[in-house]
Design a protein around this ligand. Structure first.
Ligand SMILES: *Cc1c(COP(=O)(O)O)cnc(C)c1O
Length: 490
């Protein structure tokens, strides 16, 4: 073949790959250093530098790789959510893993589209989901898909539950062919359930809060049964019972076996919201037993980005009846027809199992995390997080001015100022001010919630970097801040 003249480079590729390589290495070095020094990087409020970087409107001309890497390292990197820091306990924010850095670089290079077709990423997702089915005791024939998070996973699960009730007719005619539906969840069930029901056209009020037992915070199965019976009498149809495995406020667990028994008797779909708490299965007893029965669910939603420490975003849903799961979402027009060989062949077209057609390669960061460490250190980290929460509870119980707002069951500790110690102080306001002051000072990130009508400081420990000392330091800082507010107020 005669020599072809060299092709000109694409205008969207680097002019000089060697120069790009140098800058990419510089960026990677900076990222590794940042991660290795996570303890020095608490949350920092977005500053003038960041605002200046983002100002000026949409640029017509680009910047050099060198300036870009300077901006990424100097201005972007310091402005994370703060959840890589060991004293970040707010909301339920996972920490991320060094292995995730390697996964994200590889995934960005491959740029796989995981809607379907026959390529490596699809097989990685199948493997990761198979691992999950094993961990959570799901039977052969069950199915799954990775999602952005538990919110999306919940929507997919409830859509599949509705498909079991209404079949193809609901798909084509809409929800008018069904009687009004009801979903049951413990008081304090996560907001994503109501949001899913609103999006599905049933209205968030079709979510029925069921009272919990005072001692455990778990849904009261007798109250549930009575509510369902009364609703059926009124012509309402149960769509699903949501068992919470790890409640967002206190880390309490519903008795999944009791709810599974009831759902079996009544022929109702059992969905488990295990966003973070499902992973307690990997912890040591007695923690692991909190989620006993999880494999009996019709659907289970959970996150990797919370208590598996995997980088955002990544959640999943697994479903017992894979055929029903597929029938809920399958819609393959001509331009997506499969083949027996080539790119169109593959076991799983994930576009048939969810709402997205184009999907990123989320599975790689999960596979990389578990392959690089094995499960054993995750078991240890999850157990350790529970022990740190218990330790926080003990530290609070010893404090002269703080008290627990609920018992520590798993990895969440909620506490409040002791009212008698702070006469005249607006306690709810003091709690909010304390959370803000500790966030601003970089001492610790607690979030706040309301328990029994009172604002409380809340720590959800899904942080593999948190040590016993971090726990002591964070509680001491909260105590100090509370006393300072009282001093200032008097
Ligand atoms: C975080 C959380 C959710 C929502 O999950 P996302 O991944 O944030 O969408 C649902 N339920 C519980 C109990 C949670 O903690």
């Amino acid at each position: 073949m005669p020599d072809q003249p060299p092709e000109p480079p694409s205008i969207l590729d680097p002019d000089d790959w060697e120069a790009f390589r140098k800058e990419a290495h510089r960026l990677l070095d900076g990222c590794v250093t940042h991660l290795a020094q996570a303890r020095q990087h608490p949350w920092r409020a977005p500053d003038q530098g960041l605002k200046a970087l983002l100002a000026g409107g949409v640029p017509e001309a680009g910047t050099t790789d060198s300036d870009l890497v300077d901006a990424l390292l100097g201005t972007m990197l310091p402005h994370g959510t703060g959840n890589i820091h060991p004293r970040f306990f707010g909301w339920v924010h996972g920490t991320g893993l060094a292995a995730g850095l390697l996964a994200e670089i590889t995934a960005a290079t491959m740029n796989s589209n995981c809607g379907g077709r026959n390529h490596g990423a699809i097989h990685v997702e199948e493997t990761v989901l198979e691992w999950c089915r094993t961990i959570f005791d799901f039977p052969p024939g069950s199915s799954g898909i990775l999602t952005t998070g538990t919110s999306q996973a919940t929507l997919l699960a409830l859509l599949a539950a509705r498909h079991r009730l209404g079949g193809e007719r609901v798909k084509t005619e809409g929800i008018g062919v069904l009687p009004p539906l009801r979903v049951y969840g413990a008081e304090g069930v996560h907001a994503c359930i109501g949001k899913a029901l609103a999006a599905m056209g049933h209205g968030s009020r079709s979510l029925c809060p069921v009272p919990v037992q005072a001692e455990t915070g778990a849904m009261d199965p007798e109250a549930l049964e009575a509510t369902i019976a009364a609703d059926r009498d009124r012509g309402l149809m149960p769509l699903a019972v949501v068992a919470t495995a790890g409640s967002v406020n206190t880390g309490s667990f519903d008795d999944i076996n009791a709810l599974a028994d009831l759902c079996e008797r009544q022929g109702i779909w059992l969905h488990v919201d295990g966003a973070f708490g499902a992973w307690i299965r990997l912890g040591a007893p007695p923690y692991a037993n909190l989620a006993d029965g999880i494999g009996r669910a019709d659907s289970l939603a959970f996150d990797f980005h919370k208590w598996m420490y995997v980088q955002y975003d990544c959640g999943a849903v697994i479903m017992r009846d894979g055929d029903n799961h597929r029938a809920t979402f399958e819609a393959r027009p001509d331009y997506l027809a499969g083949q027996t060989e080539g790119l169109g062949a593959s076991g799983t077209w994930y576009c048939d199992y969810g709402l997205d057609l184009s999907r990123g390669f989320r599975a790689l960061k999960v596979w990389t995390a578990i392959t690089s460490h094995g499960l054993a250190p995750f078991r240890q980290a999850i157990t350790d997080n529970c022990r740190r929460a218990a330790q926080m509870g003990e530290t609070v119980a010893r404090s002269a001015c703080l008290e627990l707002a609920a018992p520590v069951v798993s990895n969440i500790c909620v506490f409040q100022p002791i009212a008698e110690r702070f006469p005249g102080l607006d306690l709810n306001e003091a709690v909010r001010q304390t959370a803000i002051a500790l966030q601003l000072s970089g001492d610790a990130v607690f979030s706040t919630t309301v328990i029994g009508g009172r604002s409380v400081l809340r720590a959800a420990i899904v942080n593999h970097r948190t040590t016993g000392q971090d726990v002591e330091r964070a509680v001491a800082a909260a105590e100090r801040e509370m006393l300072r507010l009282a001093d200032r107020g008097s």
